[in-house]
Design a protein around this ligand. Structure first.
Ligand code: HEC
Ligand code: HEC
Length: 258
């Protein structure tokens, strides 16, 4: 019989304790957000362990039920494919995307917990409002339309529609829709891919696409997409229904290399 080593005991408990501390910090944060959620939808009582209570901190920025925030900065998350949303949460947590308030919120949370949150928002289908942006200058409209619908074969630039679908509603499981997003958000994401601030699972096809776009083209395609009204039903195409012109990384977050 080997002698029990007393030093292993406290060590074994350290991860559990710090995990509990993280979880209780998150719970305290979420609890602090409860009153605003209750005020938003007063008819339904909110038990502390419901999903809506869990995501109260999220909807604080992302808008009621993840519809989108009030300005051009917070993207809508409701109705996007679950695997895409999970990949983004993992990415913010692990450094593939950089946004400190979200990293802080997601720090230490396990993948399956994030998966439940992703599924909740994926299953939330809400109507889209009319685009805030309309009247684009003719040249900008034409460049935006060409890039979105046709691409530029001579430069090896596929149409956005080739992967995001002809109605730009995305494809299951990990290609998001492009409509109903603020122009500034789209432009910022393309810029982040170009400068290496945003990473997706390798091979990162969006880094390749964004790398081929000029700043003027990014402005045009972002404006064109943001000005396009959403036609219902706006749902992601079934998995495998679009033959991708460039390989895009697997949905599996386990293969992510931030
Ligand atoms: C402090 C405000 C804030 C909070 C709180 C917040 N987010 Fe975000 N979220 C943002 C911003 C801003 C972005 C865009 C960041 C960027 O530029 O990449 C974002 C991006 C995202 C994205 C990526 C969207 C896409 O289409 O790629 C997802 C998914 C997301 N948030 C989910 C959540 C969830 C779930 C929570 C709660 C656990 C949460 N967020 C809490 C502000 C917030
Ligand atoms: C080869 C396939 C492919 C092409 C072509 C493509 N995309 Fe993407 N796009 C993707 C994939 C895959 C993702 C999800 C990446 C991830 O997991 O973060 C994505 C994500 C995005 C996002 C992030 C959305 C969000 O909510 O944060 C934007 C914006 C985007 N694409 C814009 C474009 C634009 C604009 C074009 C055309 C100029 C384009 N894409 C062409 C595959 C493609």
């Amino acid at each position: 019989m080997t002698r029990p080593d007393p030093s292993t005991l406290p060590q074994r408990f350290i991860p559990t304790d710090s995990m509990a501390a993280i979880l209780s910090a998150v719970l305290i944060f979420l609890a602090a957000c409860l009153p605003s959620t209750l005020k938003a939808e007063p008819s339904e009582p909110l038990a502390p362990d419901t999903m809506r209570a869990r995501v109260a901190a999220c909807t604080h920025c992302h808008g009621a039920s993840g519809r989108a925030g009030p300005d051009g900065f917070y993207p809508r998350i409701a109705g996007k494919p679950a695997a895409y949303l999970l990949a983004q949460l993992v990415s913010f947590r692990d450094g593939g995307r950089t946004y400190e308030p979200m990293r802080h919120l997601l720090e230490g949370l396990p993948d399956d917990y994030l998966g439940e949150i992703a599924q909740y928002f994926a299953d939330t289908h809400l109507p889209y409002s009319a685009p805030a942006l309309t009247n684009l200058p003719a040249a900008m409209r034409e460049t935006g339309r060409t890039l979105s619908e046709s691409g530029v074969a001579a430069r090896g630039l596929p149409a956005c529609a080739a992967c995001h679908g002809t109605s730009f509603s995305g494809m299951e499981p990990h290609i998001p829709g492009l409509l109903g997003l603020p122009r500034d958000y789209i432009a910022a994401q393309l810029g982040s891919w170009r400068t290496g601030l945003r990473h997706a699972v390798q091979p990162d096809c969006m880094a390749e696409v964004a790398g081929l776009l000029t700043p003027q083209e990014i402005a045009a395609v972002s404006a064109w997409l943001a000005a396009r009204p959403v036609e219902e039903p706006y749902v992601a195409a079934p998995a495998g229904s679009l033959p991708l012109p460039i390989e895009c990384g697997p949905a599996s977050s386990a293969e992510r290399k931030p």
